[in-house]
Design a protein around this ligand. Structure first.
Ligand code: BF8
Ligand code: SF4
Length: 635
């Protein structure tokens, strides 16, 4: 099977400096054929009377030892995946809120409020009084409000109810799925899905959606905290793909998710004494920080740090022989990296007490000593650089220009240049005219099950020909950035006339001297919350709800439990949401029916499961068309 569509990835895979290194693709092939029960969601290990499997054929067992049938097993499996995703985003968000609190109290001196405007906006949204409060006092109040969201409260999660439409909240209330705590929702999902608790599959699915709404809350908190601490992104130009690694510099790849770490690494790499140390070690170009995965997106959109590669191809960065240190925090960091680094000079630096890797150097990162820890990490990188073997360095000469940093605020600002009083009207008018047929948010990962990026590339081509405005986050951003789709040139080349005219008008008003990029980079996976903010603003401006808007979402190459959680809250937000890999639900007709059809009656959103990217794009266009028709717009 073709492994990737990315030239950088393919070049490294075909001509790695050390032959024989095994990657995710080799390990996947070794796993084939994968377990059919697992693929269908028909196995359960929730108790020690198991494992139980349900036969997809009528003559095999149809219930587990305890009596759980296929519907219960599949629904419980999905619920646990969402709980794990929520725990991950929640852990990230909590970490950030704690840091903001410590920064506000002067206990984390390397962090401070970088964006007071955002701080005030968030405080106002939460109803926190601002009179006479200093920035630190306000930050403390906001951080405390965020931390209160984690354990069980007596009231709904503030970040959920204050950031979505009233119509949504009303629907959630009616269904009894308004979460009252992020961590408590995870705990509830685990409780409900353990041996002998909830065995009504529809009730389990509603519980799963409730947990997914808690996940949304966590994502939104993470985005807000990051903006307050590090600034709200605005558009900037950088580059992407493995060609951003440099022969003449100490290459440090930041990989993982939380900008608390990557921000400090970037800052430390700019410190004159660190540059000097790198030069003394023989790296004339100093220190070159590059990003991988979501933390890469975070520093890309705030500091122009180039993006080396994305999740599925993370090992190829090491295989160039040019990465001196890969600095990781948590999530989407493959354990397989260690085996590759052992064959090279690269040091993997783990930094979090909850995420260690045998064979890595562990430098425990603390908020209290953040910058000095980041410098310690760079020392490790400089030391590794001195062991780099130039004969084993093969950096593909592949880079694409990429514009990043289209936060909600940046998008609204750009629109305001065309209509100061009512910026959203610009967008709404274009939707009404059909110059923007609809909006598609691409999110999620790259998977070994699809030639890397293939689904993204096929889908975008069809969508932009039909005037669909494309937003992207996470590894979806990475895919489009690496292929040159986040450029004005791509707009000129691929967008159809209506879309091109809109992107050009806004881009020129924003002083870009040309169109906006074809794909607007909205950030990391937690920043899917930014896309919701845009949609909510449009819905509120129109006095309607999210499930009426011609807005859709797609995760064409999803991998993680986090992606399942996000996909589910996209559906809860009212969006038709495409997934390009069949999730482990097909073992239950009932669960499949509820998630792809039945849920539409309850929440307006629904899943579209379609592995064929061309058909998927057509189905998204149909979903957009259906909504346009209902709004009385031309189809
Ligand atoms: O949170 S898109 S592979 S890196 S899960 Fe992971 Fe998927 Fe990438 Fe970021 Ni998101
Ligand atoms: Fe089997 Fe039920 Fe135990 Fe699951 S919970 S392993 S289905 S007995």
């Amino acid at each position: 099977m073709q492994r990737s569509m990315d030239r950088g990835t393919l070049e490294v895979l075909s001509a790695a400096p050390i032959p024989g290194l095994k990657t995710v693709w080799d390990r996947y092939e070794a796993q084939l054929p994968q377990c059919g029960f697992g693929e269908a969601g028909l196995c359960c290990r929730h108790c020690m009377q198991g494992p139980c499997r349900i036969s997809p054929f009528e003559d095999g067992p149809q219930i587990g030892v305890c009596g759980a049938n296929a519907d219960v097993m599949v629904a419980r499996g999905i619920m646990r995946a969402i709980a794990a995703g929520t725990a991950s985003h929640g852990g990230h968000a909590k970490h950030m809120a704690h840091t903001l609190l410590r920064a506000a109290r002067g206990e984390a001196p390397d962090y401070s409020v970088a964006d007071e405007t955002k701080l005030k906006t968030v405080a106002e949204r939460l109803g926190i009084a601002q009179d006479g409060k200093s920035a630190n006092e306000l930050a403390e109040a906001v951080a405390r409000a965020a931390l209160e969201e984690f354990s069980e409260k007596e009231s709904p999660l503030l970040w959920a109810v204050k950031t979505v439409t009233e119509g949504r909240i009303e629907k959630f209330r009616k269904l009894g799925i308004v979460p009252t705590g992020i961590d408590s929702s995870v705990a509830e999902a685990m409780h409900r899905s353990t041996y002998g608790v909830d065995s009504d599959p529809v009730n389990i699915l509603l519980g799963a959606v409730k947990c997914a709404i808690a996940d949304y809350t966590a994502c939104h908190i993470a985005t807000d905290m990051a903006d307050i601490l590090f600034g709200t992104p605005s558009p900037l130009k950088t580059s992407a793909n493995l060609g951003v690694l440099r022969k003449d510099a100490v290459n440090v790849a930041v990989h993982g998710h939380n900008p608390l770490l990557s921000e400090m690494v970037v800052k430390a790499a700019e410190a004159p004494e660190m540059i000097e140390k790198a030069r003394k070690a023989g790296a004339e170009g100093g220190i070159n920080v590059v990003g991988i995965c979501c933390t890469g997106n975070e520093v890309m959109m705030r500091h122009r740090i180039p993006l080396a590669t994305s999740s599925v191809s993370q090992e190829t960065a090491l295989m160039t022989g040019a990465v001196d240190a890969m600095v990781v925090d948590y999530q989407c960091v493959m354990p397989g990296l260690a085996a590759i680094s052992e064959c090279l000079h690269t040091t993997i630096v783990t930094t979090m007490p909850i995420a260690k890797i045998p064979g890595a150097v562990h430098v425990e990162f603390t908020e209290e000593e953040a910058l000095s820890k980041a410098k310690e990490i760079l020392e490790v990188a400089i030391e590794a650089f001195q062991k780099r073997d130039p004969s084993k360095v093969k950096i593909p000469e592949v880079t694409s220009e990429a514009f990043a940093g289209f936060s909600t605020e940046a998008i609204v600002y750009a629109l305001s240049l065309l209509n100061k009083e009512d910026p959203l009207k610009v967008l709404i008018d274009q939707i009404v005219e059909g110059n923007i047929y609809g909006i598609c948010l691409f999110a999620g990962c790259n998977t070994v099950k699809v030639p890397q990026d293939a689904n993204y590339l096929k889908m975008i081509e069809t969508l932009v020909k039909r005037n669909v405005l494309v937003l992207a986050t996470g590894c979806a951003s990475g895919a489009f950035a690496r292929h040159g789709f986040m450029t004005p040139e791509a707009t000129k080349e691929y967008a159809s006339d209506g879309l091109k005219a809109v992107l050009t008008a806004v881009g020129e008003a924003a002083g870009l001297g040309g169109p906006l990029p074809l794909v607007l980079h909205m950030g990391s996976c937690v920043d899917n919350s930014r896309a919701v903010d845009v949609a909510v603003a449009v819905a509120n401006r129109l006095g309607t709800d999210l499930d009426k808007l011609p807005v859709v979402a797609s995760a064409p190459e999803p991998v993680t439990e986090k992606a399942i959680a996000i996909g589910t809250w996209a559906v809860a937000s009212g969006l038709p949401t495409h997934v390009g890999v069949v999730p482990p639900v097909i073992g239950s007709k009932l669960v499949t029916q509820v998630l792809t059809e039945g849920i539409k009656d309850l929440l307006g959103g629904y899943f579209i499961v379609e592995p064929d990217p061309e058909k998927a794009a057509d189905r998204l266009l149909l979903a957009i068309g259906e909504r346009r028709k209902a709004l009385g717009l031309n189809v």
